[in-house]
Design a protein around this ligand. Structure first.
Ligand SMILES: Cc1ncc(COP(=O)(O)O)c(C=O)c1O
Length: 385
C-alpha cells in the first residue's frame, strides 16, 4: 500500500522495475479485516439504515478503543488531520505553538489552518522527537501550547515536556499519529498531555482506511470535541461553535471494530520483524538502527535506518534509489523537513541542526505484519551488496 499523502510521492513517480524478479515491496501494507465478518456487519447496517451520525457501531468502537488503549475518553474522527484541527479548537489555542520540523506536514498545517504561528524547535539526534531541553528558550509571552510528535511511535520525553508546560502554563497536544498502543511504564502514552491525536490512515499501525481520534481525560472535554466534530451543533436547534464535519460513518466504525481483533498479533509480528532487521543490520559501518528505549512498549510500525555516507560508502539517496531499482520502496520519513517547504521556510527562526542531520540520513525500510522472512532477507541482501 503506497502512502498517498506523502509529499515526496508527488515529485517521484514510482515505477516498479519490470526487469527484476521480485514483486514490489512497499514501505507498508495494511491489514484488512476478515471479509466475511465485515459482510455480517454490513448486513446489520443495511438492515438498520443508520449509516452515519453516532450510530451503534460508532458508539461501540469508541468504547472498545478506550478499553483497548487504556484511556478514559476517545472521540473518533474521519482522519487524523481533522482531529488535529479540532483538538486545537477544543482547547481554544491562540498565538504561538512550539512544535517540531521533523514530522509529516499535517502537524504544522493544523497550526496554520487555525491561524496559529508554529515555532519550530530542534529534535533530539537519536529518536527525532522534540528536544524538551530546547523548548524553554523558544517560549515568549505569546506561547500558549506545545505540539510534540511521538515520531515512529517512540514516546517523547513526556515527563520533561510536562514539567516545562506546567512551569509556563502551556497546553500540550501530542500528535500521536504513530503511537497507537504505545505505553510508557505500563501506562498508555496517550494519557500524557492535555490531548493526544491518533491517525488511522491506511499506512498506520492500526487502520480504518482513513480515520483518527482524539484522546481526552474528562467527559466535558469529550462532549466539546463531539460537538466540534459535528458542526458545533448542540441539541436540535443550537450551534455553539464554528465546528467542522469530522464524523465517522457506520461502515468505517464497523471496519475499525473488526481491526481491534488482529492489531495485537500484527504488532507482535512487526516486533519479530524488527528484531530480525536489527540482528541482520548490526555491525554495518555507517548504518545505524534506532536504539532500544527502556520501559516502553512500542508498536513497531516503522523501521528507520540512518546512513552516514562517509562511513557507509554510499549516500542515503544512492541507497534509497538502489533499493527502488530492486523494487523495494522504502520512504524518507521525514525528508524534506517541514521548514524546508516554501510554506514554512520563513517560519524557521532558530537553527535546527539535529533535525537537518537525521532528515538527511533517514530511510524507513518496509515493515508490516505480512512481510515475509524471504522478503526481509532480500531487502538485507540489497543493502549489503
Ligand atoms: C505525524 C503525522 N501527523 C498527522 C498525520 C495526518 O493523519 P491523517 O493522514 O490521518 O490525516 C500523519 C499521517 O499521515 C502523520 O504521520
Amino acid at each position: 500500500m503506497e502512502k498517498t499523502n506523502d509529499i515526496t510521492l508527488l515529485k517521484e513517480p514510482i515505477l516498479p522495475n519490470i526487469n527484476t524478479m521480485k514483486k514490489p515491496i512497499f514501505v507498508t501494507q495494511p491489514t484488512l479485516p476478515n471479509l466475511d465478518e465485515f459482510h455480517t456487519s454490513l448486513k446489520e447496517i443495511w438492515a438498520s439504515k443508520w449509516i452515519t451520525n453516532n450510530g451503534t457501531f460508532h458508539q461501540q468502537f469508541e468504547l472498545e478503543l478506550a478499553k483497548h488503549l487504556g484511556v478514559n475518553y476517545v472521540s473518533i474522527f474521519n482522519n487524523g488531520t481533522i482531529a488535529l484541527l479540532t483538538a486545537l479548537q477544543a482547547l481554544e489555542i491562540k498565538g504561538e505553538v512550539i512544535t517540531t520540523p521533523y514530522s509529516f506536514v499535517a502537524t504544522a498545517n493544523s497550526l496554520l489552518w487555525n491561524n496559529l504561528t508554529p515555532v519550530f524547535c530542534d529534535v533530539d539526534p537519536i529518536y527525532g522527537n522534540l528536544d524538551a531541553a530546547k523548548i524553554e528558550t523558544l517560549i515568549t509571552p505569546n506561547t500558549t501550547a506545545i505540539m510534540p510528535v511521538h515520531v515512529y511511535g517512540t514516546p517523547c520525553d513526556v515527563n520533561a515536556i510536562e514539567q516545562v508546560a506546567k512551569k509556563y502554563q502551556l497546553k500540550v497536544i501530542y500528535d500521536a499519529a504513530h503511537a497507537f498502543g504505545v505505553e510508557v511504564n505500563n501506562n498508555s502514552v496517550l494519557n500524557y498531555g492535555d490531548l493526544s491525536v491518533l491517525s488511522f490512515h491506511a499506512t498506520k499501525a492500526f487502520n480504518t482506511v482513513e480515520g483518527g481520534a482524539i484522546i481526552c481525560h474528562d467527559a466535558a472535554t469529550k462532549e466539546k470535541i463531539d460537538q466540534l466534530k459535528n458542526f458545533g451543533i448542540t441539541g436540535e436547534t443550537t450551534v455553539v461553535a464554528p465546528g467542522i464535519n469530522g464524523k465517522v460513518n457506520e461502515l468505517t466504525a464497523a471496519y475499525g471494530l473488526l481491526q481491534l481483533k488482529t492489531i495485537d498479533s500484527d504488532i507482535e509480528k512487526c516486533k519479530t520483524i524488527t528484531a530480525s532487521y536489527k540482528e541482520k543490520l548490526s555491525n554495518i559501518k555507517g548504518l545505524q538502527c534506532m536504539p532500544n528505549i527502556k520501559n516502553t512498549k512500542l508498536n513497531y510500525s516503522y523501521f528507520p535506518i540512518f546512513i552516514d555516507e562517509n562511513k557507509f560508502g554510499m549516500s542515503r539517496d544512492e541507497l534509497y534509489n538502489k533499493l527502488k531499482e530492486n523494487n523495494i520502496f522504502g520512504r524518507r520519513y521525514f525528508y524534506p523537513l517541514i521548514t524546508d517547504f516554501p510554506t514554512y521556510k520563513n517560519l524557521a527562526t532558530v537553527s535546527l541542526p539535529n533535525a537537518k542531520e537525521i532528515a538527511k540520513q533517514v530511510i524507513c525500510l518496509p515493515l508490516y505484519a505480512a512481510l515475509t522472512q524471504d522478503e526481509i532477507n532480500y531487502i538485507i541482501s540489497i543493502i549489503k551488496v
